[in-house]
Design a protein around this ligand. Structure first.
Ligand SMILES: Cc1cc2nc3c(=O)[nH]c(=O)nc-3n(C[C@H](O)[C@H](O)[C@H](O)COP(=O)(O)OP(=O)(O)OC[C@H]3O[C@@H](n4cnc5c(N)ncnc54)[C@H](O)[C@@H]3O)c2cc1C
Length: 299
């Protein structure tokens, strides 16, 4: 609805290295726009919301497309597609919440095209991958003319359509810490239809001490519950140091839902609905993550 076939004229680049992409960005600055899968950008261009004069396609840069694990964690290149994430045995086995978040995204056609970098950099508050990555303490790796820098993903996401990239920079990688032993993770999404954006999504991680008490927890809620996702440090603090029984989990879920600030104008659900359903989803996700800690390693 409201889209058109005719786009404005633009010059198109297909750099094959990160440094060539940076050179093009430095030359054309605000007139240039990066494109990866195009599943967000082309919609905005067709609607006439943005009219870039120069389009820089990242998909020919092979150095941006990988999934690898080192001693400390998981590295995912920015142009890795959602299809590649769901097809990764490593991710399914060791980072199930990332698998669940990627699988919950759009339709198979969208997952074939859409990239993890695009999902993060488009910065809509209902995006699927950011809550899962924040629950893994992920770090965004950035490259620009002045070299490389890193930023916790939580700080990288600044608000609706706002990210911490400076002019001429691009996101190159997300690096997610491997959950310590006795960890469990889970991601849940509620949406009106399978292809719809999240009405609410929840990503959690719990890590237990040897004696069964909670050593560390992450509770992250997305889905238009504020200008960006909300990490509930209040819920996390309630869980820390305690044995995770159902009444405590319910209390943590209530604490998380009390922190939400949904927009009254959201087209997907009323603020009250989001606040109520958050209690249910956080509780379910924490119970699922707790169950996964029993697998022994990080799940
Ligand atoms: C029918 C449909 C269903 C959808 N369903 C969902 C859903 O369920 N959940 C969900 O989260 N999203 C959904 N989306 C949105 C979209 O598919 C995702 O956000 C996708 O991950 C965007 O990735 P992309 O590679 O297509 O990004 P693009 O459209 O190529 O780019 C998006 C933005 O990110 C910037 N960008 C891309 N890569 C980089 C980079 N490496 N560094 C800096 N900036 C960069 C671009 O300049 C642009 O501003 C849906 C879209 C459609 C059309």
């Amino acid at each position: 609805m409201g889209t058109r076939i005719l786009l404005n004229d633009f010059e198109y680049f297909e750099p094959e290295t990160i440094s060539d992409a940076i050179t093009i960005l430095a030359k054309y600055r605000k007139d240039a726009k990066l494109i990866a899968g195009g599943t967000d950008l082309l919609v905005d261009m067709k609607k006439g919301k943005i009219k870039p004069k120069y389009l820089v396609n990242l998909m020919k840069i092979l150095d941006l497309r990988y999934i690898t694990k080192d001693k400390r964690g998981l590295r995912i290149g920015a142009t890795t597609t959602f299809r590649e994430i769901t097809a990764s045995k490593l991710i399914k086995r060791e980072y199930p919440l990332l698998f669940e978040a990627a699988e919950a995204m759009g339709t198979v056609q969208i997952r074939n095209m859409a990239t993890i970098g695009g999902n993060i950099c488009n910065a809509i508050p209902s995006a699927e991958i950011p809550p899962a990555l924040v629950a893994l303490d992920a770090v965004a790796k950035i490259a620009g003319r002045r070299g490389e820098r890193s930023l916790p993903l939580e700080e990288f996401l600044m608000g609706i359509g706002k990210i911490a990239l400076k002019s001429g920079e691009l996101l190159t990688e997300v690096y997610a810490r491997s959950p310590p032993p006795r960890s469990g993770t889970a991601f849940l999404k509620l949406s009106r239809t399978t292809a719809d954006l999240a009405t609410l999504n929840v990503a959690v991680r719990v890590t237990l001490e040897k004696n069964g008490a909670c050593k560390e927890a992450r509770v992250v809620v997305g889905g238009g519950v504020g200008p960006t996702l909300i990490r509930s440090k209040k819920a996390e603090a309630l869980l820390k140091g305690k044995v995770l029984k159902e009444p405590l989990i319910e209390k943590a879920a209530q604490a998380a839902s009390a922190q939400l600030k949904p927009r009254p104008t959201s087209i997907r659900a009323s603020p009250l609905y989001k606040i109520e359903v958050c209690k249910v989803l956080v509780k379910r996700a924490l119970l699922k993550a707790l169950e996964r800690t029993k697998a022994g390693g990080a799940r």
